[in-house]
Ligand binder design. Structure first.
Ligand code: AKG
Ligand code: MN
Length: 204
């Protein structure tokens, strides 16, 4: 029998819900909260300047420069626990990563809105490996053309690998869940086309 839902698109992801044992995931969470230089970013919106609803950090190789809003963001050096997670993720994914964006959701009122990770320096079909630590949070993927949605509960110790057309055809978010009181840290490991760190600049 043909199922009405057979034609719905599904995102190109690999899902490892129990990638890290719970006690190890707990140890990594504590180390990351302590060792990472967390910052509160402020962004400009039509309504004025607002604080992002989460804390962030960017680590990577020195040439993994990430440009957004026309600003070159130099990565912080790898810290020990992040470097350990990177090596483990590379082994699981059989891929290389030279940078990671870390997001720290202090409780359920912290969040990340709909977006896709499609900056040019990530290339056309990036492999992005997402490690979650701490409390489980919902992660929604929505197909841009059809609106088809797939949701994951990204629990502590899980690994979700997004690849293929997941960034070009889908958007994703971490919605607010006001009843969630615990903390969560997420790491998205990426390969950013290496750039020169300094040199002649054509703009002021
Ligand atoms: O926190 C998450 O699970 C998602 C993070 C994310 O989408 C990003 O860092 O671009
Ligand atoms: Mn993202």
């Amino acid at each position: 029998m043909t199922d009405l839902f057979d034609d719905l698109p599904t995102p190109d992801v690999d899902w490892y819900p129990d990638w890290l044992a719970p006690d190890l995931a707990g140890q990594f969470l504590a180390r990351l909260v302590d060792e990472v230089q967390w910052r509160q970013d402020i962004i400009g919106t039509p309504g004025g300047r607002v604080a992002l609803p989460r804390l962030t950090a960017w680590q990577g190789d020195t040439d993994a420069v990430y440009v957004y809003s026309g600003i070159r963001n130099l990565p912080q050096p790898w810290t020990p626990a992040v470097a350990e997670l990177k090596a483990a993720v590379e082994a699981t994914c059989d891929a290389r990563f030279n940078s990671v964006l870390l997001n720290r959701y202090r409780n359920g009122t912290d969040s990340m809105g709909w977006h896709a990770d499609r900056e040019p320096e990530l290339g056309p079909e990036p492999v992005i490996a997402s490690v979650s630590l701490g409390v489980a949070r919902t992660f929604d993927l929505r197909h841009s053309k059809t609106g088809a949605t797939q949701s994951f509960s990204l629990k502590g110790g899980s690994l979700l690998v997004m690849k293929g057309k997941t960034q070009t055809e889908w958007r994703h978010r971490v919605p607010k869940e006001p009843r969630v009181t615990g903390e969560r840290v997420n790491l998205t490991f990426r390969w950013v086309t290496p750039r020169m760190r300094s040199g002649p600049s054509s703009s002021a």
